[in-house]
Write a protein that binds this ligand. Structure first.
Ligand code: 13P
Length: 252
């Protein structure tokens, strides 16, 4: 049985006082929540205050990115040991905005994934096709290549720790969510890929989150699908009530 994971990706939003306030509201809303894992991924600068604010609540802390080296002359970067020391247990790797705006190739994503597992952080590996690929009907081929390259060289002992987030690029921040059926079909395909690369047990236990315009309105129908194990939420994670509503729907 896969426990759902409901994760908020705050992206480039929330100053330190704003992040403190939101974390406090989330803690109040979700103090007694059980049945799913809860995660917030604020910007690096907010990790300290958010971590302190959610202490003693069921909400865990994650980062939005990681550098592939642990230490050294890499101005502006943040490493796995640093995230660990800030109280993170998860880290998002390969978000399409990192891939699109900052040039994170599959090779870079692979190095970051390895850095995350080396620091005993749970990576949330983001994958997903563009509208162009979807319209060309090459989503499966694209995902096969993207996932294969991202997980290359990651042994079975490490892969058991990772979470995958399927985030079709055309659904992110657009209000256009994939239909539950379409998302589930793709999740099932991703699970099959992990069975091919590793084994049935890894595939069966792999948590695959859906991301892309998840809102309280569509969360219930999406989570009802067999292969959707939770969400990576952008916009709707920025309000405590909508994040909490989605979390509650995931355990109904
Ligand atoms: P939205 O929920 O705002 O579409 O963002 C999804 C996302 O990119 C989460 O990582």
């Amino acid at each position: 049985m896969r426990k759902p994971l409901i994760a908020g990706n705050w992206k480039l939003q929330k100053t330190i006082p704003e992040a403190t306030a939101l974390a406090g509201e989330l803690k109040n809303e979700l103090a007694d929540f059980t049945g799913a894992d809860l995660l917030v991924c604020p910007p690096f600068i907010d990790l300290g205050v958010v971590g302190r604010e959610i202490l003693g609540s069921p909400i865990e802390l994650g980062a939005q990115d990681i550098f592939w080296e642990d230490t050294g002359a890499f101005t502006g970067e943040v490493s796995g040991p640093m995230l660990k020391s800030a109280g993170c247990s998860y880290v998002i790797v390969g978000h399409s905005e990192r891939r699109g705006f900052f040039g994170d190739t599959d090779e870079v994503v692979n190095k970051k994934l390895k850095a995350a597992v080396r620091s005993v952080l749970i990576p949330i590996l983001c994958v997903g096709e563009s509208l162009e690929k979807r319209e060309q009907k090459v989503t499966k081929e694209f995902l096969r290549k993207q996932i294969g390259a991202s997980i290359q060289g990651i042994g079975i002992e490490w892969i058991a720790r990772i979470v995958v987030a399927y985030e079709p690029i055309w659904a992110i921040g657009t209000g256009l969510s994939a239909s539950p059926r379409m998302a589930n079909k793709t999740h099932r395909f991703i699970r099959e890929l992990f069975a091919e690369h590793y084994d049935e047990s890894i595939a069966k236990n792999l948590r695959i989150l859906y991301g892309g315009s998840v809102k309280p309105d569509n969360a219930r129908a999406l989570i009802a699908e067999e292969d959707i194990d939770g969400f990576l939420i952008g916009g709707a994670s920025l309000k405590a009530d909508s994040f909490a509503t989605i979390a509650r729907y995931s355990v109904l």
